[in-house]
Design a protein around this ligand. Structure first.
Ligand SMILES: C[S@@+](CC[C@H](N)C(=O)[O-])C[C@H]1O[C@@H](n2cnc3c(N)ncnc32)[C@H](O)[C@@H]1O
Length: 247
């Protein structure tokens, strides 16, 4: 479970809660238990998903991250449910196989890749028909705000004009362009990432209030546009679950 006292953990807790709800709803209609976590790093999300009964394959180019993943898997008694595969997004199909995953998780990775269009095409190929994508990507507006408020004004201006920075519209365009139907979108960290840890430590009940507030505003389009991260839950094609407009 996430550390309940840090700010990032509020965002992580909201993400886990929202993703769990989407997966529960989706798996009623398209049951499947194999998750590929692309760029899954040390396995923060893999541990939660494996504990919930999924078999998780973490694909990541970093040997250090995969070594930490292996240690963590053993510590949490999840051997056999989590495995690490060293490799790059550009080799995803060769590494895990076409239509081999019921769910692909791609959290905080798209923005570090040279070619997000190619990566999403590869993800689409490894997701089985009716399978799902959980995408979390960093957004331009929040980065500009954070950099400017931190006094890094020149950097904030560079971020603002950087054509490779993602925002809600571009992220949805990429997901839809890859052939996924968007079922839900959530802003992650819109408030939680700005609340001081001192407040959380000092005020009894502050963590619970912040968690509730973040969960409530996650589906609001204005907060989504401002959130540091956008979460998109989407399904491949429109056959099994049916598409819905992004909310
Ligand atoms: C910011 S971390 C995110 C880790 C994890 N997904 C999370 O949400 O905590 C970015 C991860 O992407 C991985 N990564 C970097 N370049 C990659 C690539 N070309 N293909 C796949 N993963 C990559 C890094 O090794 C790192 O583990």
């Amino acid at each position: 479970m996430p550390d309940l006292r840090s700010r990032r953990s509020v965002s992580q807790a909201v993400l886990v809660k929202l993703l769990s709800a989407e997966l529960t709803d989706w798996s009623r209609r398209a049951p499947g238990r194999v998750v590929v976590d692309l760029g899954g790093g040390t396995g923060g999300m893999a541990m939660d998903l494996a504990s919930a009964g999924y078999r998780v394959k973490v694909v990541d180019p970093s040997p250090d991250a995969l070594a930490a993943l292996e240690r963590r898997t053993a510590e949490q008694g999840l051997i056999g449910r989590v495995s690490g595969i060293q490799g790059d997004a550009s080799d995803l199909v060769d590494l895990v196989g076409a239509a081999a995953a019921d769910v692909v998780v791609c959290h905080r990775v798209l923005e570090v890749l040279d070619d997000p269009v190619q990566a999403l095409a590869a993800i689409q190929e490894v997701v089985s028909p009716g399978g799902a994508l959980s995408l979390l990507a960093g957004q331009r507006h929040a980065a500009v705000l954070t950099q400017a408020l931190g006094g890094h004004l020149a950097q904030a201006r560079r971020t603002w004009v950087d054509p490779d920075r993602l925002d809600r519209d571009r992220i949805l365009e990429l997901v839809l362009g890859a052939g996924f139907a968007v079922r839900a979108t959530h802003g992650i960290g819109a408030v939680a990432d700005h609340v001081s840890e001192t407040l959380l430590d000092a005020e009894p009940g502050a963590y619970a209030d912040l968690l509730a507030l973040e969960t409530e505003i996650a589906t609001d389009p204005a907060f989504q546009a401002l959130a540091p991260q956008l979460h998109v839950f989407a399904v491949k094609g429109d056959g099994v679950v049916g598409s819905s407009s992004p909310t």
